[in-house]
Design a protein around this ligand. Structure first.
Ligand code: FCB
Length: 464
């Protein structure tokens, strides 16, 4: 199996998970600063104040990527750093950080791939209502313009949102993510205003950027399987597909919400917050669709005594799925990662084939894929993460298979470059290809980093 020379291999991170420097150079708190400093929200009371200190070590981190031969780097911009409080003019020092980072990448021939929003809303915007309110979408477009004005001369690839599902349904539904609200109506309103934010920001970016700029969004569309072929289980699958996929794919890729989503959630809302013209604002042409994939979901109609709610990023008494109490989630068969997520590359293949059909003409990029492992340096200092190598091998094989089936997949970003702050799990889950000693901040590429570097160099997936 061979990847063509223009297939882009990179790694991914996000601002709050790695930067630290939480109160430096004018940055104000985001919802994740507030949430992680609220007792009981993050395992061990951990937070991103220092994280892996990337803000001060970015030059070393870029050199690490260059040493591994990585071709692209997906990172996110901290809104609170470039536009503290989410309003008003940009702060020069915040923009300078990203300009320097991008320059450093370009000097090392690494393509910068910018995400504008990876879950860290300025706290003041949450205090004004957050994503459930329309004004947040409008603010987001302003911030997109500020960032594009500052980086547009050197960044070609732009992503509006990362995984809006998590922002809406984990942030406002199950509450395992910031801002930690547990209001089904707010979650649905947030989903719509995230969609609107995407559309308005995409238009703002088009207006501010050169015509050659490439715009996209990264979705974590779910691969949902029904436990049996019974009508009830198939209906459970349909319901979750509407809430996980249709709610974003519909408006963004096709210009309409699925009708069954309205019907399923009718007891929560009549969706009158969707105004005339919104769908046209949201349905913007895209140059790339980012696909984040980790594991499939298995669902059934709930049977007595078996309500198991799996949202993938933490446990809560509140469901992230509005009006889906009739659905039970089950562990899919197979080996699991440190997150408890089943390793199943067939889900990635299935997802790529489906999205290729749903969005014909839009190139797909895997913008996240990877696994958490209990990594520990051995006596000689090396980190032998064979499980991660196997995971990557399997999933890159699925990418090749989808390409062989004619799906236009053009790149792959490994999640993540570095071990980092894994949201409500704090620093307990290690996703990096590079090991980080969180006490000393020392970085050590794991065996998987060397394996990946070799793949990037040879373009060949080795036989197992
Ligand atoms: C994704 C997030 C990313 C990281 C991985 C494991 O949902 O986008 O920040 O947490 O999961």
């Amino acid at each position: 199996m061979t990847f063509p020379s223009d297939f882009l291999f990179g790694s991914a991170t996000s601002a709050y998970q790695i930067e630290g420097a939480a109160a430096e150079d004018g940055r104000t708190p985001s919802i994740w600063d507030t949430f992680s400093h609220t007792p009981g929200k993050v395992l061990g009371g951990e937070h991103g104040d220092v994280a892996v200190d990337h803000y001060h070590r970015f030059r070393d981190d870029v050199r690490l990527m260059a040493d591994l031969g990585l071709e692209a780097y997906r990172f996110s911009v901290s809104w609170s750093r470039v536009q503290p409080t989410g309003r008003g003019p940009a702060v020069q020092r915040g923009l300078d950080f990203y300009r320097q980072l991008v320059d450093e990448l370009l000097e090392h021939d690494i393509t910068p791939w910018v995400t504008l929003y990876h879950w860290d809303l300025p706290q003041e915007l949450e205090d004004a209502g957050g994503w459930p309110e329309r004004v947040t979408a409008e603010r987001f477009a302003e911030y997109a313009t500020l960032t594009a004005d500052a980086l547009g001369d050197r960044v070609q690839h732009w992503t509006t949102l990362n995984e809006p599902w998590c922002s809406a349904f984990l942030g406002y539904g199950s509450g395992v993510h910031a801002p930690g609200r547990t209001e089904p109506l707010a979650a649905l309103r947030a989903a719509h205003h995230l969609n609107l934010g995407h559309g308005l920001a995409a238009q703002a970016l088009r207006a501010a950027l050169p015509a050659t700029a490439k715009l996209g969004v990264s979705l974590n569309s779910a691969v949902v399987r029904a436990r049996t072929d019974s009508p009830a289980d198939r209906d459970a699958k349909r319901r979750i597909e509407a809430l996980a996929n249709g709610v974003f794919e519909g408006p963004i890729l096709q210009g309409a919400y699925p009708e069954d989503l309205f019907a399923d959630t009718a007891r929560i809302t009549d969706w009158s917050f969707v105004r005339d013209g919104d769908l046209a604002e949201i349905h913007q042409p895209l140059d790339a669709l980012g696909v984040n994939y980790y594991t499939p979901s298995l669902v059934s109609q709930v049977q007595a005594g078996e309500v198991e709610r799996r949202d993938g990023h933490g446990a809560s008494a509140h469901s992230p799925w509005p009006a889906a109490d009739s659905v039970a989630f089950h562990q899919t068969p197979g080996p699991t990662t440190q997150m408890g997520w089943t390793v199943d590359p067939t889900g990635l293949h299935e997802l790529l084939v489906r999205l290729g059909q749903l969005a014909p003409g839009v190139p797909l990029y895997i913008t996240e894929n990877g696994m958490a492992c209990e990594d520990k340096p051995s006596e000689d200092g090396t980190v032998n993460d064979q499980d991660r190598i196997d995971y990557l091998h399997g999933h890159l094989g699925a990418v090749e298979q989808a390409r062989g089936d004619g799906v236009d997949v053009r790149g792959y970003f490994l999640w993540s470059l570095l071990d980092n702050f894994e949201w409500s799990y704090g620093y307990s889950k290690r996703f990096g290809a590079v090991y980080v000693d969180f006490d000393t901040q020392e970085r050590t590429p794991k065996a998987s980093a060397h394996w990946y570097a070799e793949l990037v160099r040879t373009r060949e997936l080795p036989a197992v």
